[in-house]
Design a protein. Structure first.
Length: 152
């Protein structure tokens, strides 16, 4: 992690200074760079990354590292939870948490409930005989807004 930070910022700050601040040897950093440059691409690793993205899309972004580990194990890739977490991070996969459903209607009240006089007969012979209304709540950054609609 420290070495990748140094690699990303080597054009902004001197390598010697970053190694000193992060508490790593400069020779170890250059050894890491040589190792990264000469390492051949691993086709199995690329295949696992592809499977992680496929599983994430198929699960509608609901799989965390535990379920991703189980899915990869079922596909024939024996990985640990940490390896699954690292693969998810490398593939850019994150869990999208859903908000819990919150009930906003209180049907258990002592207020009178009026009779349904229309009985779903919405065509009336004369105007101003029947009115219908609805109230809904809309969340904004400034708080809840109450929207009321009246139809005559």
């Amino acid at each position: 992690m420290k070495y990748s930070f140094i690699t990303q910022h080597k054009n902004t700050f001197p390598v010697r200074l970053m190694c000193q601040v992060l508490g790593v040897d400069r020779s170890c950093y250059y050894h890491y760079r040589r190792q990264m440059d000469t390492r051949p691409p691993d086709p199995e690793h690329e295949e696992m990354l592809e499977w992680v993205q496929r599983v994430d899309d198929a699960s509608d972004h609901t799989y965390g590292s535990r379920r991703m580990k189980r899915a990869l194990n079922c596909l024939g890739y024996p990985v640990s939870r940490n390896k699954a977490r690292n693969l998810m991070r490398e593939a850019g996969v994150q869990v999208r948490h859903r908000k819990k459903f919150k009930v906003t209607t209180n049907s258990n009240h002592k207020q009178p409930v009026y009779d349904n006089l229309l009985q779903r007969q919405f065509d009336v012979p004369q105007p101003d005989q029947v009115y219908a209304a609805d109230v809904t709540y809309v969340w904004t950054q400034e708080g809840w807004l109450y929207l009321a609609v009246v139809i005559d």
